[in-house]
Ligand binder design. Structure first.
Ligand SMILES: Nc1ncnc2c1ncn2[C@@H]1O[C@H](COP(=O)(O)OP(=O)(O)OP(=O)(O)O)[C@@H](O)[C@H]1O
Length: 651
């Protein structure tokens, strides 16, 4: 679909009078599903022919005329592609990616709801008007048509066209027009992604099901690696599933070709943080397909656990979590792998691997495979093929067939996100109510503390009434205790959900993110993904944005210059050594902190009343002293004690 079906087309691109051949509607139905590969084959042939021709001619002609000829051919191709309906901004930058294809028209499809939101794209479900078949349209955004971002998108297209495997998402065509300023990549529609399924509490994968998914995932990856492609962004939301149980690897936006040239430096700012291998966290620019195997290991564990196994908030924390889980590497590792940021990240403490403890419930053969995939030393991770041949797949229970897998209602990462978003909004509303009620309580306390108001009616009831005004919904019925309960319970839950990371300046002067205990994992996962997506360039927690940055392309990021701005979590490092006194939770003293740290409403109430009563006592004492002093002065005493100076002056 979307491709020119004839082999002639590519050859014609280099012929003197190029003409574009296409079926009447741009859907060469006879070649549907195979066209991309055919074009690639023909491309290879035509390129070989062209190369031979150039080789023969090269002895006769000067270099100058060769360049001229190449330029002309290039211009010819562009003109032909523009004539075929491609927009000029695309043909000038990415002619090779679309070579041999013609664009699809938008009106071939009926665009339905949005089903995915990526860092630089939105994905929609769409129905093909003619056949009623479902497709996924990935609309790619561009940063003001910067050639760099167009080139990135072009790379994704080129790589997708190079791949052809049942476990790899197939690019069916591209929608755009000569006047259009956007582009849609057309993919087969998949009902689920693994992120959506994993995060559903009602879905627990069986052992045979996990094996089935893992076999498909590794088969798809094996194909990529054999075609010289590394994905560099394997994670649950990029693994798609349809209702027939077929798994496909999607999102090749960060994929790149494997390079054997050690002088060719790759960027280390790839792979989403929780799935990023240690060598990339330590700045390696000379890596290979093993980065994908680490990510597969993370996905594998997540399928069993139902949640990500390594959820770091920053690069430092991610690496620290890795060392704690997999054990810190031996001295030889540091000597052998000269990683750019090794000295910065080398742990002071030697950690033993806790992987087997953490995954004690996993089948033995699964732990063995997981241990291999999550090897800190990338050379020990094996390959996708060796993983497929491991005992995990050859021991019972065997992987079930995809068609026997249970059918689920459509579940996507975006569904989870929107559910979380609506519950977040609800809880935020409740939190606002409580905040207003707290403000009111504080106002009352101030009134109590104000000497001008001292003695005015400010009873316990007043305080409760003050709270009640703002908390109507919770406080209209029931006894006092019940009112408190209703009023206070949701905000406490909300606090633990929404104030996951509080920045406290610790002794070292770093801004330290602190995890509030009792947090809701499901929520934080989604929330942190958002943070990741928006903060990549500054803290490197996510890779896509940086992928669009020219510095990313040039590989000119300098992590060392970002060190100070990186969130550093000494709390966790120090706590690993033991000792509450080092914990920033315990450093901050005072009542306000006590209130914030108090877990139950009863504790909270006690602390509030204690504070109130303490202040009342203070003022009573002050007033008492003042009265005594005035009495003494009235009796002619000389100025001593409190207020003596001004009174003496008056005297
Ligand atoms: N073919 C498809 N069928 C159904 N849903 C899809 C398809 N392709 C993508 N999606 C949905 O859209 C989401 C985002 O797609 P994709 O990962 O390709 O975009 P992206 O911009 O590269 O995202 P990210 O920045 O998260 O990597 C996926 O997680 C998935 O839920």
């Amino acid at each position: 679909m979307g491709c020119i079906s004839s082999k002639n087309v590519v050859a014609k691109a280099y012929s003197p009078s190029p003409t574009v051949v296409a079926s009447s509607n741009g859907f060469p139905t006879s070649t549907k599903g195979h066209s991309a590969l055919m074009i690639l084959d023909s491309k290879t042939v035509s390129e070989d022919e062209r190369n031979n021709k150039f080789k023969k001619n090269s002895s006769k002609k000067s270099n100058g005329s060769l360049t001229l000829r190449l330029g002309l051919v290039q211009r010819n191709v562009e003109a032909e592609q523009n004539a075929a309906g491609w927009p000029p901004w695309l043909t000038t930058v990415a002619a090779e990616a679309i070579q041999g294809w013609i664009p699809l028209k938008a009106d071939y499809f009926q665009k339905l709801e949005k089903i995915g939101q990526g860092t630089y794209s939105s994905v929609f479900r769409a129905r093909e008007v003619e056949t009623g078949k479902m497709f996924a349209l990935k609309k790619v955004r561009f940063d003001n048509f910067q050639p760099e971002s167009i080139r990135f998108m072009a790379r994704e297209i080129t790589i997708l066209r190079r791949l052809d495997h049942p476990n790899i998402m197939k690019l069916e065509g591209i929608i755009t027009s000569r006047l259009s300023n956007s582009i849609y990549l057309v993919f087969e529609y998949m009902e689920h992604d693994l992120a959506g399924l994993v995060s559903r509490p009602d879905i627990v994968f069986s052992e045979t099901q996990i094996k089935c998914y893992m076999r498909q995932l590794l088969s798809g990856l094996e194909h990529c690696h054999m075609r010289g492609i590394m994905h560099r962004d394997i994670k649950v939301s990029n693994i798609l599933l349809n209702n027939e149980g077929v798994l496909k690897i999607g999102d090749f936006g960060l994929a790149n070709t494997i390079t054997t040239n050690s002088k060719h430096h790759l960027t280390s700012r790839v792979v989403t943080l929780w799935y990023r291998p240690p060598e990339l966290l330590m700045g390696s620019t000379n890596y290979g397909v093993s980065v994908d195997l680490w990510s597969v290991g993370c996905v594998f564990a997540e399928l069993f656990l139902g949640k990500p196994i390594l959820k770091g908030r920053t690069e430092v924390e991610q690496l620290h979590k890795i060392f704690k889980l997999c054990g810190s590497p031996p001295e030889e590792f540091w000597k052998k792998n000269k990683l750019p940021h090794a000295t910065m990240f080398k742990p002071q403490i030697n950690y033993e691997s806790s992987l087997r403890e953490r995954c004690a419930d996993f089948p033995a053969s699964a732990i063995n495979l997981l241990e291999t995939l999550l090897s800190i030393d990338s050379s020990n991770r094996g390959t996708a093929s060796s993983a497929l041949m491991s005992e995990y797949f050859s021991t019972k229970p065997y992987a079930c067939s995809p068609s026997s897998l249970p059918k689920y209602p459509p579940s996507k990462e975006m569904d989870v996100k929107s559910q979380e978003e609506s519950s977040r909004k609800k809880t935020e509303g409740k939190m606002r109510e409580v905040a207003t009620s707290r403000r009111q309580q504080r106002r009352i306390t101030k009134t109590l503390q104000d000497p001008n108001n001292f003695g005015k009616a400010t009873s316990k009831e007043d305080m409760q009434n003050g709270g009640r005004n703002d908390g109507k919904a919770h406080l209209t019925k029931g006894k006092g205790g019940a009112m408190y309960k209703e009023h206070s319970k949701p905000p406490l839950d909300v606090m633990s959900e929404t104030s996951q990371v509080m920045n406290v300046v610790n002794g070292s002067g770093y801004s330290v993110p602190i995890q509030v205990p009792g947090s809701n994992d499901a929520y934080t996962w989604v929330k942190r993904r958002k943070q990741d997506a928006s903060s990549t360039l500054s803290d490197g927690s996510r890779s896509k944005i940086s992928a669009l940055d020219p510095n990313f392309a040039k590989g000119t990021y300098d992590l060392t210059t970002q060190r100070v701005s990186m969130d550093f979590d000494p709390a966790e490092l120090v706590n690993a050594q033991g000792g509450k006194e080092h914990d920033p939770h315990w450093k901050e003293n005072g009542t306000r902190h006590a209130i914030r740290k108090s877990r139950t409403i009863e504790e909270k109430k006690i602390v509030m009343w204690w504070k109130l009563e303490r202040n009342c006592l203070r003022y009573m004492l002050l007033v008492g002293c003042a009265l005594c002093e005035l009495t003494r002065l009235g009796k002619g005493a000389t100025g001593v004690g409190w207020g003596s100076i001004s009174i003496r002056g008056n005297k």
